[in-house]
Every structure is written in structure tokens, then in C-alpha cells.
Design a protein around this ligand. Structure first.
Ligand code: SAH
Ligand code: SF4
Ligand code: F3S
Length: 476
């Protein structure tokens, strides 16, 4: 009998990828994904710990699930297993079982390949004492074995645009960030494994693959068995190889660190046409003093130079970034430096956040915390500058023709939504069977967050693909 699995995903694309893999792990046990927790036998919240707000959301969702399970019990309905995965699970572990005793299972980002065994433990615990609070099962180990060696082949359909994790964890230890603690040490998957997964995704209908990693451009994967030489491959070389896969038309990668933009990778931007002319390259701040306090280990001018090299290699490349305002000790003049950097570079898109003190991170305990009111004010002025740049960039697209990968139905009937090479969302009137295809679109107008246009040609390549079932709440 099939059992209903509801996964709600918070945080970054790596969590989105992990959720798809959890579907793969659970499929042999008879679980099939559903879009609603109401009838679910198993609910998994795949959580994010990056900022306080993200982490707190989980507890309100857990409260709702407890009520839902209670109501079901009163009406004699089937039981529900409640599990928490991801970075809050990893960071809080036992504390989470104490704070939310109705949770049955807490497991981290590196142990979800053990889900079948963990669920068996939950069911045994239940047989031994019902749903007694505090009987939750916990697995937040960083196992020596890699989960990738134990996961089944990736099959859960991600639709025309798919994620592929090639690198995990982080050794950079920026002083504000929880990721090195929640995801563990940096690890690159071997090249052969990445190629095989990319080929499977392409065969299942993916036209675009985004290579994922917390520091994806630090990738150094063991070479494939038949390759000349034993030196690890960098990201640039991997992209050249993936570009040879038939049926795959677009490649992207995220998230990158400015320090790891090496010459080969920059050259690949100029030489591999399938690599899209858009790069998310977080800089966080434009002040050298703050960059140093953040342990970013690069200056604002290093960032400017990296962008210059990229633009020389691939003229017209669009840039996106992440910014933090109100890092401890940030003064008005530090903040002015950030605005100056933004003005110098010109971003097509960006994410910006108020600094959020995180438990266990070096910056969390610094005494010079910036008052909330100052953070609010700085965030507003930063965002108005970034919004104006984004609007300018989108305006520049009006009248242009560009290839758009149609990914999902739009809100209006007869409308599909896709992405331009520059990651802009584009609305187009097109028949539903164009989903999953790349079409040429003439951009007619821009809205605050998206563009709209009309087809100027029939799709060049014909193929359609259904999209996956997952509830996603991706940051910011
Ligand atoms: N690995 C990526 C980003 C990881 S987290 C990188 O190195 O850039 C995504 C973004 O969240 C970061 O770029 C940063 O801008 C933001 N962020 C991380 N920790 C934060 C904190 N404590 N408060 C506010 N924003 C934070
Ligand atoms: Fe966090 Fe810095 Fe690592 Fe990015 S590079 S994940 S911001 S510690
Ligand atoms: Fe959040 Fe973990 Fe990703 S903290 S941003 S889900 S790595």
C-alpha cells in the first residue's frame, strides 16, 4: 500500500536537492510525495538554521502539525510520523526533541540515507510505548561514510530545471555563519558519479542543471577512472565535461566564493556556451574592515577584480550577490563602502539580510552588536539601491529576444513561466505542451520581479516533462 509523504523544504537549494533525494530513499518503502500535510503518513520538515527567523518558523510549523495529528487521533484517523531534517535538526539535535517532544525523528543533512532504518526505530519505539513524548529518535552524526555512497540513484523528477549537489560542507568559517557546523567539512563528489547523475537527469527530461555546493567553486573531485592523470578536477574542467552531455542545454552553479574563482573557471565562462551568462557571487560587504572581521579573506578590491576578469571573459555576464547589513561593529562609513561597491559593480539581482546573531558562531558573541533600528534603516537603503539596479537591468531586456526555458504553468490560464539565461522569470502565453522546452521570446514588458514577452519562434527542440511534487520555501 502506498503511504503519503509530505516534505516541506526551507532554506537553500541544497535542501531542495536533499528533499528530492529523500523521496528517492523512501520510494522503495512505498512512500509517494503529496502536496499537503493533511492526509500524510509521514511529514518531514527539511529545515534551515541560517538566520533566527528561518529557524523559528520550524517551531510554529511543528505546533500546527501537533494539532493536526491530535485532531486526526480524535476522529480515529491514521497516525502521522513527524520528522525534522536539515540544518536546524543538526544544530539543535536533542534540544529539539526537548522543546518539541511530539517530534518522532530528528536527523541531519548527512544521515538521511539512513531514513529506512531510522523510521524502523521510530516504529519500534512507538510499539514499546505509543507516541509518548520524549521518545523521539535522533541521528545527527557526521558519519565517516558518505551518504552519496548509500543513496539510491536519483530518480525523483525535478522537472526541466534540476539541481545536482556536487560539493557539500564548508571549511571557510565566516564568523557569522552556521553552515560549517550544520553541514560539516568540505567534501567533493567524485567526477564519475557527478557525470552519471547528470546523464540520468538529462535522460529524465532535465534541460538545465544547476550544480550545487556551499562553496561549489572550491570543487575538487576525484577524476573518473578512465581519465589521464590522478589530479582532482576543478569546477571549470567538470563544466567542460558536463557540457558534452546530449540533451542538456544549460548549466549553472551556485554558491561561489570570490576566493575560488580560478583562471580555468573564468576561462570556461568565456568558452562554454551552455554555461549561462549569470553568476551568483556573494560579497557580503564592501568594507575591508568588516570583510576581515567576517573572515572572508578577500578585500572589496579583490571582488572588483574578480568581476572584471569575469566580464572580460564573458561580456554581458549578469551578476548577483548576497549582502549582510549590521554585522557587529559596522559603522556608517563601512556601510557607505558597501553602497559604493554596489554602485561600482551594478547587480542584476541580489539578496540582502540583516545580520542575525547565531548560536555557536564567533560573531554571535561580539559586544558591538548593531541596534535593530540601524539594521532596518541600512537594509532599506541597500535594497532601494539594489532594486533600482535590478529594475534597470530588467528594463534593458525589453525589446530583446532571448531563449527561455519554460518550467511551470503561470497563474493565468494559457500562460507558462520560465527563466531567461540571466535567471529572470519570464511569463509567456504558450500551450501547456511547451513545458520543458526552450523557446525564443521577445521581451515586451517588465514587472517588479518578472518579465513578460511573446513567442517569436516555435521551440527549437521538442520535449515535455512533468514537474515534481514538493513544497518549497526557498530563502530569502
Ligand atoms: N555559501 C554561501 C552562502 C551560504 S548562506 C557563501 O559562502 O556565500 C547564504 C547567505 O545567507 C550568505 O551569503 C549570507 O549573506 C547570509 N547569511 C549567512 N549567515 C547569516 C547571518 N548570521 N545573518 C544574516 N545573514 C546571513
Ligand atoms: Fe558560510 Fe562563509 Fe562557508 Fe559561505 S563560505 S557557507 S558564508 S562559512
Ligand atoms: Fe540553511 Fe542549511 Fe542551507 S542553514 S542555507 S539549509 S545549508
Amino acid at each position: 500500500m502506498t503511504k503519503a509523504l509530505y516534505i516541506k523544504t526551507y532554506g537553500c537549494q541544497m535542501n531542495v536537492y536533499d528533499s528530492a533525494r529523500m523521496i528517492d530513499v523512501l520510494a522503495p518503502l512505498g512512500y509517494a510525495p503529496v502536496e499537503d500535510p493533511d492526509g500524510a503518513d509521514l511529514v518531514i520538515l527539511n529545515t534551515c538554521h541560517i538566520r533566527e527567523k528561518a529557524a523559528e518558523k520550524v517551531y510554529s510549523e511543528l505546533g500546527r502539525l501537533r494539532d493536526l495529528r491530535g485532531a486526526r487521533k480524535r476522529t480515529g484517523g491514521p497516525d502521522m510520523t513527524i520528522a525534522v531534517a536539515g540544518c536546524v535538526a543538526q544544530a539543535e539535535g536533542k534540544e529539539m526533541l526537548r522543546r518539541a517532544p511530539h517530534v518522532d525523528l530528528v536527523f541531519g543533512p548527512q544521515t538521511y540515507h539512513r531514513l529506512p532504518e531510522l523510521l524502523a526505530q521510530v516504529h519500534r519505539a512507538r510499539a514499546g510505548g505509543g507516541n509518548a513524548p520524549g521518545r523521539g529518535v535522533l541521528d545527527t552524526e557526521f558519519p565517516v561514510e558518505s551518504k552519496f555512497d548509500h543513496l539510491p540513484e536519483a530518480v525523483a523528477s525535478q522537472g526541466p530545471s534540476a539541481f545536482l549537489s556536487i560539493q557539500e560542507g564548508c571549511d571557510k568559517f565566516c564568523t557569522f555563519c552556521v553552515v560549517p557546523y550544520t553541514r560539516g567539512a568540505e567534501f567533493s563528489r567524485p567526477v564519475g558519479e557527478v557525470i552519471a547523475e547528470a546523464e540520468r537527469l538529462a535522460a529524465a527530461g532535465a534541460r538545465e542543471i544547476t550544480l550545487l555546493g556551499q562553496n561549489v567553486n572550491a570543487y575538487h573531485g576525484a577524476p573518473p577512472p578512465n581519465s589521464a592523470g590522478a589530479r582532482p578536477w576543478g569546477l571549470g574542467r567538470l563544466i567542460r565535461r558536463l557540457a558534452e552531455i546530449e540533451g542538456l542545454d544549460r548549466l549553472r552553479y551556485t554558491t561561489s566564493h570570490p576566493r575560488d574563482m580560478d583562471d580555468e573557471l573564468i576561462a570556461v565562462h568565456g568558452q562554454v556556451e551552455k554555461l549561462m551568462p549569470y553568476l551568483h557571487l556573494p560579497v557580503q560587504s564592501g568594507s575591508d574592515r568588516i570583510l576581515e572581521a567576517m573572515n572572508r579573506r578577500h578585500s572589496a578590491d579583490d571582488y572588483r577584480r574578480a568581476v572584471e576578469r569575469l566580464r572580460r571573459a564573458r561580456p554581458g555576464i549578469a551578476l548577483s550577490s548576497d549582502f549582510i547589513v549590521g554585522f557587529p561593529g559596522e559603522t556608517d562609513s563601512d556601510f557607505a563602502e558597501t553602497l559604493r561597491l554596489i554602485t561600482d559593480i551594478g547587480f542584476a539581482q541580489a539578496y540582502s539580510f540583516k545580520y542575525s546573531a547565531r548560536p555557536g558562531t564567533p560573531a554571535g558573541t561580539l559586544s558591538a552588536q548593531v541596534p535593530e533600528a540601524v539594521k532596518v534603516e541600512r537594509l532599506a537603503s541597500l535594497q532601494s539601491l539594489l532594486d533600482a539596479q535590478q529594475e534597470g537591468f530588467n528594463q534593458g531586456s525589453v525589446g530583446q529576444g532571448m531563449p527561455v526555458l519554460l518550467e511551470r504553468p503561470g497563474r493565468k490560464t494559457g500562460q507558462l513561466v520560465g527563466r531567461s539565461p540571466y535567471m529572470q522569470a519570464v511569463h509567456v502565453a504558450a500551450p501547456a505542451n511547451y513545458l520543458g522546452q526552450i523557446v525564443n521570446v521577445r521581451i515586451a514588458a517588465t514587472g517588479p520581479k518578472s518579465l513578460s514577452g511573446r513567442l517569436i519562434e516555435d521551440p527549437v527542440v521538442g520535449r515535455s516533462e512533468a514537474s515534481g511534487t514538493m513544497a518549497v520555501e526557498v530563502h530569502p
